[in-house]
Design a protein around this ligand. Structure first.
Ligand code: FE2
Length: 168
């Protein structure tokens, strides 16, 4: 017993499950959305067999939906990129599942290896490119679901783009 505290727990809390907060079925916080993406990333059986690599067009597959959110699986063959865009009113979590992607923003260039995650708020503008020599796979959680992806002229971030270490 801790003599510094008057609080005592009688018995084992796990013996009274009706008093425990039920685990949420769907994520509701940034941390929970990040956690959802990490758990999917770690469970390759959920997504690996679905991935297609298409050299003619960017491939994507809606993996899951929930109240107010969507989870998309994307593949990137070398050289494929998104163009500079934002995500309308959606927030998002980008997670690299396989390979390496390069993210360019007006603040610079970031190389994202498998396991890397980026969380962004509505209005966040970036360009994602597979600058590597191997295909890449990524997972994208959007809240609310992505309804628009306005494209932008590349001049906004060209001035500060530095060569990626992957291609240098
Ligand atoms: Fe994006």
């Amino acid at each position: 017993m801790n003599s510094d505290s008057d609080l005592q727990i009688a018995g084992d809390i796990l013996e009274v499950p009706h008093l425990l907060q039920a685990p949420r079925e769907h994520p509701a916080t940034v941390a929970e959305f990040v956690g959802l993406a990490r758990s999917i990333a770690a469970d390759r059986a959920q997504w690996e067999h679905l991935v297609r690599y298409d050299a003619t067009t960017r491939w994507y597959h809606r993996l899951r939906t929930g109240p107010g959110y969507e989870v998309w699986l994307l593949s990137w063959v070398p050289g494929q990129g998104s163009g500079l865009h934002d995500h309308g009113r959606s927030s998002g979590v980008l997670t690299v599942l396989d390979g390496t992607l390069t993210e360019r923003t007006e603040r610079g260039t970031r190389v994202l290896e498998a396991g890397a995650q980026r969380v962004f708020a509505p209005g966040y503008m970036h360009e994602v490119v597979n600058d590597a020599l191997e295909p890449a796979v990524s997972l994208h959680v959007y809240y609310p679901g992505l309804t628009e992806m306005p494209m932008h002229a590349p001049a906004a971030c060209e001035a500060r783009i530095e060569p990626s270490p992957v291609t240098a």
